[in-house]
Design a protein around this ligand. Structure first.
Ligand code: ATP
Length: 905
């Protein structure tokens, strides 16, 4: 065994048959976790906690890939033929171009794949671990054997674990065992050494999903030493899929390529028929074939998409798939969560209700300063509502740092802990006095949470908190000033009215209830409860949300708010934000009663959906999609994965979202902010617009060049461009500005237009017309320049008489080359917008384009005026008057570009 292998070996003890203490001892760790130094040492000993994927493509493989290109194969054949025919110079130039092209191809592929890799890393899960006694968030790759990790619903298990704590913990292990039902875990049992994977209920395995509850585990194996690592080689690596746009462009490229190749063959045949020099016509045909094969298109599109994804990170969106960028741009409906996305998720309790009395609470944010005011405005002691606060802070997983004024955990719960502090009730103390012995965690289907606490020798206390309407259904009694009384219909009505009153003020309302249980052998059932009271908290809308919603309206995008909150709270917030429509709010319970067709009709006009659970979200997404809309949907919970997958664009929350939702999503919002979704849509539209600009520009360049040669052949003229000139134009002076066009900033009106129809082809009627006009203008300009150049040296009649003057032809070719290159470079500026006139844009705003154009200009001038390059590019230095004419004619393609903008069908 090599030293390296020996070093990376991890212990393979059957931890599931050892006691907690034995595992701690064997892995040399303790409940407070490892120290940072020890963790670092183990990381270098065992390596990162990662499964080894396919080996990365090396430089050699990338180069080989480039050489498989049709274009490159043609060029290599051409070089070989040239050298065999003794044209060593031409052969060498072509080979130099192949090298340059390969180098650029590898560079671009590398750049795109690095960008994608960086994005993937950003989207990879974080793990909560205990180190030095403190809970820290780590990248899952940093986890080492002996680490203590904390699990909760929605997390991926980061490595193989021996559980030491499991509170109603359920883990879905289908990825490993094929068992689709979640397994109930139990940290306290010891298992036989021969227990199968599926039976190891005191263990957790890398890559499986926590679907419910909470747990803590000691990491036993990491990386390739985990159970998942054992089968990693068998897992399907998902192949890199082309995006719909890439596929469409591929098809388009093929069709156009065949048409152009047909023309090239025609030109070749015509040349031979006219008795032209075989080598000249062969080289011209090759150079035109290079123009005709639009292989470059898909490469440019990939790079533009990948660069766009990198830009989107700056506006807080991590897009996980290339194709999602395209879909984003055509989004017509955004379905957004309310809490935290449209609102700030900074909750402050403003009102409480207990024993028939309403109290106001003063103070704001996460400050412990504030008072309880009775209905007549007098400050009163917190004792008046003690049972309510006790339930709210015991049935609660958040914590509060009163000095730093920050909370840890769910803001809804945090607000209750802050209320406790305001009234002199410290959560930590209560937690110690009333030890939690059991719990049913919160989930957004039940909309409730319960905890059981030690109380007396005979009794335990169970507190339940949650949505008032749900909780009231489970209450039989009510706590009043005179003690516990039955919950009559009138009393229920009063509570519901109070709840509505709170909700009308846009407050989020949570109710608290309790019951006594036997001290032991109890069942945690949310039934037969005694209602205690209500707390109402404000969650202000995000400041930027209203503007973002207005932008959506202008951009023809409907915004729908889908929330688990109460209908009246939802409607109030919806109205504040300008989302609510005349048809009001639809509740989850109403959705239950609707057929698919009715729901499909309802989603056309209704924008606010309340008391919605994750299953309703799936039906809503499907209904919106059936209306032909392209829907983006947000989600954060463990149960949101199905709706995120169903949406055209699933959006997960980067801060509050679970691993499961992030995995299911196409895009992750790093700031959980609605406004960032709108920015991402705007980026998506810009990227698509840029791709159109690139496609339009390249197509008209290529078709224009073919036309120049074709028209010349038709009129019995000599070929006005040398093969090396054509190659240089295609591979240098066209290709670079095209990339630069892909980096254009958003146009001002990008969010003032209706979303594009996703089924419309990239080369639609508008682009078809524009490309045709521009190619013709380009060809006419170049041919005119040839004729002007020729005329300066010899009468034009000699051309058509078949008596071509070689000196005049050389001058004329150079003029044609000059006009074509300069014309295309100037037209690149016009192509910066498909609609806005060149006179109305900030011309030199795209610095990439400026640099590419400048470099191309320097290249062209060098090709004409540097003596040793003249034979390479068949050029001669131009005189001042020739330059002026060639220069003026170069404006013709720009005129073509501008005319194309005005022509509308
Ligand atoms: P959104 O879906 O817009 O994010 P939401 O946060 O209100 O809205 P859920 O988290 O599903 O949606 O909450 C649904 C309801 O459950 C809330 O309106 C509230 O009444 C109740 N609730 C929320 N958090 C808790 C909690 N920690 N404990 C008990 N009940 C809660």
């Amino acid at each position: 065994m090599s030293e390296e292998n020996a070093k990376n070996q991890q212990s393979v003890s059957a931890y599931y048959s050892q006691t907690e203490e034995e595992v701690f001892k064997e892995l040399e760790t303790k409940p407070e976790g490892l120290s940072d130094a020890e963790a670092q040492r183990r990381l270098s000993e065992y390596g990162p906690n990662e499964l080894e994927g396919e080996p990365e493509k090396g430089m050699f493989a990338m180069i080989l890939d480039q050489l498989k290109d049709m274009l490159v194969i043609i060029l290599i054949i051409a070089a070989a033929v040239s050298i065999v025919l003794g044209e060593v110079l031409d052969g060498s130039i072509i080979l130099a171009i192949v090298v340059l092209n390969t180098f650029l191809g590898v560079y671009q592929e590398n750049k795109a794949s690095n960008a994608l890799k960086a994005l993937k890393e950003m989207a990879s899960p974080q793990v909560k671990a205990r180190r030095n006694g403190k809970v820290v968030e780590l990248a899952s790759s940093q986890i080492v054997p002996g680490d203590i990790v904390l699990l909760e619903a929605g997390d991926y298990v980061p490595a193989d674990l021996r559980l030491i704590e499991a509170n109603n913990l359920k883990i879905e292990e289908a990825a490993l065992t094929g068992e689709s039902l979640p397994i109930d875990k139990n940290a306290k049992v010891l298992l036989d050494e021969d227990a199968s994977l599926g039976d190891r209920i005191n263990s957790g395995f890398m890559g499986t999903v926590v679907t419910y509850g909470r747990g803590t585990g000691i990491v036993t194996q990491t990386g390739m030493h985990t159970q998942m690592g054992n089968i990693a080689g068998l897992l399907n690596q998902s192949p890199v899929e082309s995006t719909p746009l890439q596929k469409k462009l591929d098809q388009l490229g093929k069709v156009l390529g065949f048409i152009c190749l047909g023309v090239v063959i025609l030109i070749f045949g015509l040349g031979l028929y006219r008795g032209m020099d075989f080598f000249e016509i062969f080289m011209t045909a090759i150079a035109l074939a290079v123009a005709a094969i639009p292989e470059g298109l898909t490469v440019v599109v990939t790079v533009v998409l990948a660069m766009g994804m990198q830009r989107m990170v700056k506006v807080h969106s991590i897009v996980k798939r290339l194709s999602a960028v395209e879909t984003l741009g055509s989004t017509t409906v955004i379905c957004s969560d309310k809490t935290g996305t449209l609102t700030q998720n900074k909750m402050t309790i403003e009102k409480t209700y207990f024993a028939g009395q309403t109290y106001d609470v003063t103070g704001s944010g996460y400050s412990a300063k504030g008072e309880l005011l009775s209905e007549d405005g007098q400050a009163v002691s917190g004792d008046h509502i003690q049972l309510l606060v006790q339930g709210a802070i015991l049935c609660n997983d958040a914590s509060f740092d009163s000095e730093a004024e920050t909370i840890l955990g769910d803001p809804t719960e945090g607000a209750m802990v802050v209320l406790g502090y305001k009234l002199g009730m410290d959560k930590e103390k209560w937690d110690n006095d009333f030890t939690r012995i059991d719990e049913l965690p919160f989930d957004s289907d039940r909309k409730l949470m319960s905890t059981v606490h030690k109380h007396t020798a005979e009794h335990a206390l169970m507190f339940t908190k949650g949505a008032p309407d749900e909780l009231l259904k489970r209450c039989v009694n009510v706590q009043t000033a005179n003690g516990i009384e039955p919950l009559t219909d009138e009393k229920r009505e009063v509570i519901l009215k109070t709840n509505e009153g709170f909700a009308q003020d846009a407050l989020r309302v949570i109710a608290v209830a309790y019951k006594e249980l036997p001290a032991e052998n109890f069942q945690v059932e949310e039934e037969g409860l005694t209602f205690v009271g209500l707390v109402g908290m404000i969650d202000p809308p995000r400041e930027e949300a209203k503007d973002a919603i207005d932008t959506c309206k202008k951009a023809g995008i409907q915004v729908k708010m889908i929330t688990g909150d109460h209908r009246i709270t939802a409607q109030a917030i919806g109205e504040k934000l300008g989302i609510a429509s005349d048809t009001g709010t639809i509740e989850g319970s109403q959705i239950n009663g609707m057929s698919d067709e009715e729901l499909q009709e309802a989603v056309k006009t209704t924008n606010v959906f309340a008391r919605v659970s994750p299953e309703h979200k799936v039906r809503l997404v499907q209904a919106v999609k059936r209306n032909g809309d392209i829907v983006a949907m947000t989600g954060d919970g463990v149960n949101d994965a199905p709706s995120l997958k169903n949406a055209d664009i699933g959006i997960a929350m980067g801060i509050t979202g679970t691993d499961v939702s992030k995995e299911a999503a196409d895009m992750i919002l790093t700031d959980d902010n609605f406004a960032s979704i709108v920015m991402a849509v705007s980026e998506g539209r810009t990227i698509y617009a840029n791709i159109r600009k690139v496609v339009g520009f390249l197509l008209s360049c290529n078709i224009g060049e073919i036309l120049v040669i074709f028209i010349a052949m038709l009129f019995n003229m000599p070929i006005p461009l040398a093969a090396t000139q054509l190659l240089a134009i295609n591979l240098i002076t066209d290709a670079f500005p095209a990339f630069a066009l892909g980096m254009e900033k958003a146009e001002d009106d990008v969010m003032d237009k209706a979303p594009r129809n996703p089924s419309e082809p990239v080369v639609n009627k508008m682009m078809g017309v524009a490309v045709s006009i521009q190619s013709v203008f380009l060809a006419l300009g170049a041919l005119a320049s040839y004729l002007v150049g020729y005329h300066a040296q010899a009468p034009l009649s000699t051309i058509f008489a078949g008596n071509v003057d070689p000196i005049a032809h050389a001058e004329a070719m150079t003029c044609c080359f000059f006009t074509l290159v300069l014309g295309e470079l100037m037209r690149a500026y016009s192509s910066r917008s498909e609609t806005v006139s060149i006179f109305k844009m900030k011309l030199f705003e795209n610095s990439y384009l400026n640099k590419c154009v400048l470099a191309s200009l320097v290249f062209m001038i060098a090709a004409i005026y540097v003596p040793f390059l003249n034979p390479v590019f068949s050029t001669v230095p131009l005189t001042a008057s020739e330059l002026v004419f060639a220069f003026l004619l170069a404006f013709l393609p720009v005129v073509g570009g501008e005319v194309a903008k005005k022509v509308r069908f």
